[in-house]
Design a protein around this ligand. Structure first.
Ligand code: HAM
Length: 427
């Protein structure tokens, strides 16, 4: 492998033609978030390692196996963010955003880094759209963020997603549940992987999302969290279901969802697709009512989700949902000679200022090569300028699809008329 001409394993370049699809999706995500009152937050790509080990959890796969952690030149341990929540909550607390009217609603589109074994839908650098809502424990808030994810999928035309929900309770009901898990897994101690043996006493819930085939087969028969919920947690979960029903959102209760990060409490959910192969979860989230306090802030209930953009694109592609490609060139102005080249350049600028995607020769090509280039660009119209056209102030606009030619007068009227016609064509 050439280190100079190949990107690192598990990373992807987003090339012209593809980036337009990302931009379109990102604009839908931003619009849906702002529609529901979420404002964008941007946080650093690296944070103190401790932020992630404390919030995501020491015994999670992410912290134990997947973080990009290194010492900077000052000898501090820093980590490339493996997910968006910890940094976002750190920023909320650092800047006291939680002093404003609650709930605080933030969103982000961000790159994340996990040292995982790459496969379709699983990368070492990937992108998440995330939302976080801080300062409410009402079931309506859980339903609201689920509705937000659901409306994004509907707006993009994604089909056949299933929403699976569960409740993993609060620390009080968790104690009894963890005890039940310990007893169950102790009976399988010899079969568990090395990492899970270490998790058994400290945090047996993490065994439930171990990726080793043996551990996950054993985990299938483990006691379910839903059977251990306290009264309050049960009532909260019932409330979430009522709001989802009121919103007409279909869901399945999946008692096996535990999520791979330690901060979750109560409601957890995933949107799952059959079009993704093994990495079937496109969006996952839930409540994390203890995280703000754990990070040194006030005790504030909170919740959110992360939606993987690469996985979303894979689904859109598998379902044949069309997204925009490169912006079409509307008019290519070819020129013969220096005076015409200057005139073409001026006209191109005037058209661009009016919002027309116009181009002219920037490579000193002859007329034939310019027309070939215009063809490759897929220009909708072409116009050829030479000394005669400049002298007469007239030219011929050629529709490249039909071959039809129209005589035009050069000048301001042409610019504004073409701009008006082209905006009709594009929109
Ligand atoms: P997560 O389930 O770890 O949750 O990740 C959220 C989404 O990111 C996944 O559903 C998936 O679409 C995408 N994803 C995760 N790992 C990879 C990978 N290696 N390659 C490609 N895509 C991936 C979180 O990160 C939480 N912070 C979500 C959250 C926000 N919960 C509350 N607020």
């Amino acid at each position: 492998m050439s280190l100079l001409t190949q990107a690192p394993k598990g990373t992807q370049d987003i090339l012209p033609g593809q980036s337009e699809k990302w931009q379109m999706i990102e604009s839908v995500l931003r619009d849906e978030a702002s529609l529901r009152g979420f404002s964008e937050i941007r946080t650093p790509v690296f944070e103190h390692t401790e932020l992630f080990s404390r919030s995501v959890g020491e015994t999670t796969d992410v912290v134990q196996k997947e973080m990009y952690t290194f010492l900077d030149k000052g000898g501090r341990s820093v980590t490339l963010r493996p997910e968006g929540t910890a940094g976002a909550i750190r920023a909320v607390l650092e800047h006291s955003l939680d002093n404003a009217a609650l709930p605080v609603k933030i969103s982000y589109i961000t790159s994340c880094y996990r040292y995982e074994k790459p496969q379709a839908g699983r990368y070492r650098e990937f992108h998440q759209f995330g939302v976080e809502m801080i300062g409410t424990n009402e079931p309506a808030a859980d339903a609201e963020i689920i509705c937000l994810a659901d409306s994004i999928f509907r707006r993009l035309g994604v089909r056949n997603l299933s929403l699976e929900i569960n409740s993993i309770g609060c620390p009080t009901c968790r104690r009894e549940y963890s005890q039940a898990l310990r007893e169950y897994f102790r009976a399988h101690y010899d079969e568990l992987c090395e990492t899970c043996r270490g998790r058994l006493e400290k945090n047996p819930m993490r065994i439930l999302d171990c990726k080793s085939p043996v551990c996950s087969a054993i985990a299938k028969g483990a006691p379910k969290n839903l059977d251990y919920l306290c009264e309050d947690c049960r009532a909260h979960f019932e409330g979430v279901k009522k709001y989802l029903d009121a919103a007409g959102i279909e869901y399945k209760i999946n008692p096996s969802i535990v999520r791979g990060l330690d901060y979750y409490t109560n409601t957890v959910f995933e949107f799952v697709s059959n079009d993704l192969g093994a990495q079937s979860t496109v969006c996952g989230g839930g409540r994390y009512n203890g995280l703000c306090e754990e990070m040194g802030g006030k005790s504030l209930p909170a919740l959110g989700f992360g939606l993987g953009l690469e996985r979303l694109l894979l689904i859109l592609e598998a379902q044949g949902i069309e997204l925009p490609g490169k912006r079409e060139t509307e008019l290519y102005i070819a020129s013969i000679g220096e005076a015409a080249s200057l005139a073409a350049f001026r006209l191109k600028n005037a058209l661009q200022e009016c919002g027309v995607a116009a181009q002219c020769d920037l490579s000193g090509r002859g007329l034939k090569a310019q027309m070939k280039y215009a063809d490759k660009l897929g220009a909708a119209f072409t116009l050829v300028l030479g000394d005669d056209e400049i002298a007469a102030g007239k030219g011929e606009l050629k529709n490249m699809k039909t071959g039809e030619k129209t005589g035009i007068s050069l000048g301001e009227t042409f610019t504004s008329e073409f701009a008006a016609a082209s905006s009709g064509r594009i929109l």
